[in-house]
Design a protein around this ligand. Structure first.
Ligand SMILES: [Zn+2]
Length: 151
C-alpha cells in the first residue's frame, strides 16, 4: 500500500467526514487516524467545525421561520387595516350620499315632522347596520387569527 503524507491525509480527511470517499480510502484514512495523533486531533477540529456550521444552519433556519412569521403577521395586519379603511370609507360615503340625496327632503318645509323622524331613524339604522357589519368582519378576522395560531 502506498504511504501518504499527513498533508495528503488531511485532504482525504475532509472527504472522509463529508462521506465522499470510497471504502478503500475510508479504511486507509481510519487506519492512519488511529496511528497518527496529529491527524486524529485534526479530525476532531474538523468535526467541531462541521458542528458549528450545522449550528449556524439551524440558526438561519429558525431566523427564516421568524421572517415568515412576521411576514404573515404583517399580511394579516394589512388586511385588517384594509377592512377598517374600507368600512370607514363606505360608512362616510353612504352617510354623505344619503344626506346629499335627501337634502331637498330635509329642507322642504312641507314635509311633516313625523316623516322626517321616520326617514332620519331609517338612515341612522342603515349606518348602524353598516358599522355592525364592519365590526363583525373585523371580529371574524381576529377569530381566524386565533384558530391559525392553535393549528
Ligand atoms: Zn498523520
Amino acid at each position: 500500500m502506498m504511504l501518504r503524507s499527513c498533508e495528503e491525509y488531511r485532504v482525504l480527511l475532509m472527504g472522509y467526514l463529508d462521506g465522499e470517499l470510497d471504502a478503500t480510502q475510508r479504511a486507509e484514512v481510519e487506519k492512519h487516524i488511529h496511528s497518527c495523533a496529529d491527524c486524529s486531533a485534526e479530525r476532531g477540529s474538523y468535526e467541531n467545525l462541521n458542528r458549528m456550521v450545522q449550528a449556524m444552519n439551524t440558526y438561519t433556519e429558525s431566523e427564516r421561520a421568524l421572517d415568515r412569521y412576521w411576514q404573515q403577521t404583517w399580511n394579516r395586519a394589512e388586511r385588517g387595516i384594509g377592512w377598517f379603511l374600507f368600512g370607514a370609507g363606505a360608512i362616510l360615503l353612504t352617510g354623505y350620499g344619503v344626506f346629499e340625496a335627501s337634502r331637498e327632503f330635509w329642507t322642504d318645509p312641507t314635509v311633516p315632522l313625523i316623516v322626517r323622524i321616520g326617514a332620519g331613524a331609517g338612515g341612522l339604522g342603515v349606518l348602524v347596520l353598516l358599522v355592525s357589519l364592519v365590526r363583525e368582519r373585523l371580529m371574524l378576522r381576529k377569530k381566524e387569527r386565533y384558530t391559525e395560531v392553535e393549528r
